[in-house]
Design a binder for this molecule. Sequence first.
Ligand SMILES: [Fe+2]
Length: 274
Amino acid sequence: MEIQRAAGALGAWVSDVSVADAARSDALFDEISAALLEHEVLFLRGQRVTPVEFQQFARRFGQVEGHPAYDTVDGAPDVQILESTPEKPSKIEVWHSDMTFRPAPPAITLLHGQIIPPYGGDTLWASATAAYEALSEPMRRLVDDLHAIHDFRHGFQESLAEPGGPERLADAIAANPPVRHPLVRTHPETGRRAIFVNALFTTRVEELTPRESASLLDFLYRHVVTEEFTVRLGWEADTIAIWDNRATQHKPVNDFFPMHRKMHRVTIAGDRPA
Ligand SMILES: [Fe+2]
């Protein structure tokens, strides 16, 4: 197996390994898992594996978690289908960390490219640890003690504005009331601290006035996605990306409408941010 850095702050290419083999080998899996902790997002090309093999590999990272809004693959119930078509275009185009509206958001997300448009549809990741470490000492002291509110409804407001949206999402809203997280979280395995607010789900900073909260969040959202803290992936069919939601944010570039794109996804449960 070969591991090569993809950018200055985060990201690495993993080559000369099949995830189907890594699903059966402790040594291979441990190497990939260690690389993920170090590099925060990993890219693997040419992974011609079935949904069942992808699921077997993904399960090694921990407890798999479902999502209230997505269908799954027949015969591979842990694998969610993310599909964009002219009739059902992709709606999420904001930087975020996955499902931070949950009390314990997922630790890790894996995506496997199935149908990829000939151009467009890249994904970007940003290192929230590198962004935190680049803050000045006084700014770190300020954000270290703050908490923020995250809300499912904030992230799905476009769907909620559609006819029938509030009815369709009523159960998901009832099951996901707003939650409070520390504004800076400490990674349970690496000990690195990371900015943990995102433009998709965070609504306000609890301890600040509304104007202070809006200004600080606006600064942090832009700071996290400073180009020097990012890496960008151009997808191919059979590309797998694996990322650590506790240390990163990501943004799907929504520039491929009306082309067809299909991805398979597995998310791995995480603990309560602290
Ligand atoms: Fe996401």
